[in-house]
Design a protein around this ligand. Structure first.
Ligand SMILES: Cc1ncc(COP(=O)(O)O)c(C=O)c1O
Length: 375
């Protein structure tokens, strides 16, 4: 059995988790500080650890001060949390089609969707590849809009040499079990402005200025804004810290597998049997995901079923949000986003996790090839 994903946990993470139990186990403890310092050093940004990538996105929506009736531009081909984050505030999703080369939102189709109600653009770094975010920011500046970067999948990726997650007004990471670096459930928010960081600290601490109180900047803390409990336990930060200490090792292992897949499927791409992921020259990806696009939905489904029979977990990805029951409630219908509909139905993800053995990768390649040979 080859699962689609398995977290890579060593004795180091276990040791840190046990050690964390000797100190305060609520949020913002010893290991949270270590994680913050690690990111400061790595990406030159102050991060706020959160209970999930979803929470980080919800915080971003609060910081954009989105309200009932505002419009927010986003891809339909994404995880529900990207859109739930602002839908919870009553803002309306305005979906933009994907660029099938990267499966990222087509940045050339954003401007035509802007109205006087548009308040923000939520971009997603699909498969750890950042879309042309400088272009998005140019559009946002012209129309006075916020940009939120959903970098849930992009920890360790870069765009024009700059770290993913730091490229917009707000950046959101995920450390969910399925991501490259895990804390079980967890995430982080990055703000580009100091004043937003201070507001975010309050939102994360149930709307109070408790963080300022703990740092000794105020002598009592109180209700300052609306907020929620977005602060993770230090036990989870200990797990994440162990993972970050293995950052290069995990990245390298994933990259080796990604490259192996990519070399193997080159031949099949030349024979027009699959399309491999495309990495634009300005992007460095983090080997978060390896996917293939098959010639038709039927062939894709056949491959998924065949691999399942061989006990290989190879799932499809997002059902486009505009075709979901909620999407329909917003008035969307089939045919609205042709590339999203077409390519999402042809995409399959192959197993990829740091501890995957060479034999396992070979098996996935060879079993996949058996189906591709018949195309
Ligand atoms: C693009 C995207 N956004 C948001 C999320 C939500 O992250 P989390 O599962 O940490 O809440 C995920 C992960 O599942 C994701 O892939």
């Amino acid at each position: 059995m080859i699962p689609f994903n398995r977290a890579s946990i060593t004795e180091k993470e276990k040791e840190y988790i046990l050690d964390s139990l000797n100190s305060k186990i609520c949020g913002d403890g010893k290991y949270t500080k270590k994680v913050n310092e690690w990111f400061k050093d790595k990406i030159d940004a102050d991060i706020l650890l959160t209970t999930s990538g979803t929470s980080a996105l919800e915080m971003a929506a609060l910081l954009c001060e989105l309200k009932e009736g505002d419009e927010v531009i986003a891809p339909s081909y994404t995880f529900v949390s990207t859109v739930n984050a602002f839908a919870l505030r009553g803002a309306i999703p305005v979906f933009v089609d994907v660029d099938p080369k990267t499966m990222n939102m087509d940045v050339n189709k954003i401007e035509e969707k802007i109205t006087d109600k548009t308040k923000a653009i939520f971009v997603v770094d699909y498969a750890g590849v950042v879309p042309d975010i400088d272009k998005v920011k140019e559009i946002a500046k012209k129309h006075n809009l916020y940009v939120v970067e959903d970098a849930a999948q992009a920890v360790g990726s870069k765009y024009k040499g700059r770290p993913a997650g730091t490229l917009a007004d707000f950046g959101c990471y995920s450390f969910h079990e399925t991501k490259n670096y895990v804390m079980g459930e967890g995430g982080a928010l990055i703000t580009s402005k100091e004043e937003d960081f201070l507001k975010a600290e309050i939102i994360r601490e149930k709307g109070t200025n408790r963080s300022q109180f703990i740092k000794g900047y105020v002598d009592k803390y109180t209700w300052n804004d609306i907020g929620s409990s977005y602060l993770p336990s230090d036990i989870l930060a200990a797990l994440l810290y162990g993972q970050l200490e293995r950052f290069d090792e995990i990245m390298q292992k994933r990259m080796n597998i990604w490259n192996k897949y990519n070399e193997f499927f080159e031949k099949y791409e030349k024979e027009n049997k699959v399309i491999r992921p495309y990495i634009p020259s300005e992007c460095e990806h983090n080997a978060h995901m390896y996917y293939l696009i098959l010639p038709t939905e039927e062939k894709r489904d056949e491959l998924i079923a065949y691999l399942k029979n061989q006990e290989i977990g190879a799932p499809f990805h997002y059902i486009p949000l505009h075709l979901s029951p909620v999407g329909e409630r917003y008035g969307y219908k089939k045919g609205d986003l042709p590339y999203t509909e077409e390519y999402s139905s042809r995409l399959i993800r192959l197993p990829l996790f740091a501890d995957m053995t060479d034999e396992e990768v070979d098996l996935v390649c060879n079993e996949t090839a058996k189906v591709l040979e018949k195309i």
